[in-house]
Design a protein around this ligand. Structure first.
Ligand code: ADP
Ligand code: MG
Length: 591
């Protein structure tokens, strides 16, 4: 006798549940999405014991009549699609007709529903697939679905559940995604009888973000830059975190497509590229991205929980998101605000201690300004002038020596006066940025100008090094580097870029070979060139510890004004920290 048999329907549902219902949070997601699809404007989620004991969702949506309530928990039943052509443009969150049947196969379920034109409510109960008939009961308009004892007949799955706190964390994350995507919904999350979130439909997006991320509210919503673009049927709205509030993981990247939270590698890549050079390696930006496009332009029927979609024109999506975000970021002043040291008496109560480097500089600055009070002030302390006109003349003359608007400290930082305060510039980081932009600009137009070396510099090269140089001949040519073979394992540098005149050619070539050798073949030409220019800029830039002449400082400050993105070095580290005069005045108790 054959071994193969047809599975009974309950088994099929349990298997389907394995895909869709991973944990209590998946139940919350599916049920709240159903409520949204039912047109609800107010949804309450109640959780007990991390969802193990109870998950209850109440909405004020359209409700279900007796027939629909009887039908809804059967497998493959849905009101959202009718013909296969509907699959080509799904506008609802659900459409697979699986969620309720799956949930009902793995828990005790009680659903209560009432439509607007019905005189009373109905309810139905299902215990792991065993359904009672629909019976009348009392209840308000809308639907309530209660799930108790999830996975209680599946000990293996139940054991897999984590602590109540962890499961609650997952539920909160699902709730957060839905809340961000639906500002116009009145949403409440209750845990063990206590209200965790109460979000009003009057909230705007920033307010909602503040409420959803209370730990970091002052950081997050105050540090978001807004970008918007609409082109070729694709509307992009983004709230982008300044580099200042970047994170160590990408959990704070929320991407929504027509109200659905999605994860998409093209979009993640576009976000990463948009922040290129603005963040240090290993940091991830905070981004809330809302995309609207025609339902016909992508397929949601590719993943059981619909967290992934397939764009028909993913290049367009990528380039438009990248363009909108990058343009806004580069057009925004992203200078780091400096933090002055906290006053002595408030230090112990302060929540955030300023970063060590910032405070060290701030200390040095405070000290500097204390020692170098303008002459005018010191004069006033000493004597009272007989005529106001006189003091003016004297003080101007006396203060002339302090009238310079910049100063180099420790041969590494430049302090420069600005309209409303001053900035401290990391001379290497800023010059590196300026060099990098200059190199990019030039190379975009043509190959770099080079000069012949009076005496060619020869160097030994390994087999793989020689291969790497050969494979990247186009790149070295673009850089204006001329190399010729000079014996079996030796090469010589004939010409070297003029712009890198301060760099040792041999040293540069060695690092270039290392870089080319190390890079995996997958790196596209553009990125490789970018890395090489980064390296060149770093090598050619003024170093920390290098004394600068006045005219060099002036040149640097002037170039800073013209740089596209002067606030960050190409590696994403800040070049400039700014301080406002009002902060200083507070520190010196002038106000
Ligand atoms: P899907 O959402 O994919 O259609 P579900 O199993 O989640 O499948 O739900 C089945 C059907 O039950 C839905 O198509 C909808 O008609 C009905 N339904 C589910 N939840 C609600 C609700 N909260 N209010 C009104 N109708 C609902
Ligand atoms: Mg559904």
């Amino acid at each position: 006798m054959g071994q193969i048999r047809v599975l009974d329907q309950n088994m099929i549902n349990m298997i389907a549940a394995g895909e869709v219902i991973e944990r209590p949070a998946s139940v919350v997601k599916e049920l709240v999405e159903n409520s949204i699809d039912a047109g609800a404007t107010k949804i309450t989620v109640t959780i007990e014991d991390g969802g193990r004991k109870l998950i209850s969702i109440t909405d004020n949506g359209c409700g279900m009549d007796t027939d629909d309530l009887a039908q809804a928990f059967e497998p493959h039943t849905t009101s959202k699609i009718k013909a296969s052509s509907d699959l080509l443009g799904i506008s609802t969150l659900g459409f697979r007709g699986e969620a309720l049947a799956s949930i009902a196969s793995i828990a005790q379920v009680r659903a209560l529903s009432r439509t607007k034109d019905s005189t009373g409510a109905n309810c139905v109960e299902i215990d792991c697939g065993n359904k009672t008939g629909v019976s009348p009961c009392s209840g308000d308009y809308g639907t309530t679905v209660q799930i108790r004892d999830i996975f209680y007949k599946l000990p293996a799955r139940r054991k897999f559940l984590k602590t109540a706190n962890t499961e609650m964390g997952h539920i909160t994350e699902q709730f957060t995604r839905i809340a961000l995507a639906n500002e116009n919904l009145d949403l409440t999350l209750i845990r063990n009888g206590k209200e965790l979130y109460r979000l009003s439909d009057k909230d705007d997006l920033r307010r909602r973000i503040t409420e959803l991320f209370p730990m970091s509210s002052s950081d997050i919503s105050e540090n978001l830059i807004e970008a918007e673009s609409s082109e070729k049927g694709l509307h992009v709205h983004a709230l982008m975190g300044k580099p200042l509030i970047s994170r160590t993981n990408n959990r704070f990247q929320y991407v929504f497509l027509n109200g659905r939270f999605i994860r998409d590698k093209f979009i993640s890549h576009a976000i990463k590229e948009a922040y290129r050079g603005l963040l240090e390696p290993g940091r991830f930006p905070v981004v809330f991205l809302f995309i609207r496009m025609s339902f016909e332009d992508y397929d949601v029927n590719v993943h059981p929980t619909k967290i992934e979609v397939r764009f028909y024109n993913s290049n367009l999506v990528h380039s438009q998101i990248l363009g909108a975000l990058r343009e806004k970021l580069l057009g925004t002043n992203l200078e780091m605000p400096g933090k002055l040291p906290e006053m002595q008496h408030t230090q112990s109560t302060s929540r955030h201690s300023p970063p060590v480097r910032d405070s060290r500089i701030a200390d040095a600055m405070a000290e500097f300004f204390r020692k170098h009070r303008p002459a005018q002030m010191q004069q006033q302390l000493g004597f009272r002038p007989s005529a106001p006109g006189e003091i003016h003349a004297v003080s101007r003359e006396k203060s002339a020596q302090y009238d310079r608007k910049y100063l180099q400290i420790h041969d590494s930082f430049i302090v420069a006066q600005t309209e409303d305060g001053f900035v401290i510039i990391d001379q290497h980081a800023l010059h590196e940025r300026i060099m990098y932009e200059d190199l990019c600009r030039r190379i975009r137009k043509n190959k770099l100008q080079s000069q012949r070396l009076l005496i060619p510099e020869s160097f030994e090269v390994t087999v793989s090094g020689a291969e790497a140089l050969k494979a990247n001949a186009e790149l070295t040519d673009k850089l204006g580097i001329e190399l010729v073979p000079f014996g079996p394992r030796t090469m010589a540098i004939q010409a070297f870029p003029t712009l890198l005149s301060g760099v040792q050619p041999l040293d540069f070539i060695q690092d270039l070979i290392d870089l080319l050798d190390r890079k995996d073949a997958g790196l596209d030409a553009e990125r490789l060139l970018d890395e090489v220019l980064n390296m060149a800029a770093c090598k050619a830039a003024i170093k920390a510890g290098q004394k600068l002449t006045e005219s060099e400082i002036e040149q640097l400050l002037a170039d800073r004004q013209n740089a596209e993105s002067a606030s960050r070095c190409p590696h994403g580290r800040p070049t400039t920290i700014k301080f406002s005069i009002s902060d200083l005045e507070k520190q010196f108790k002038r106000t």
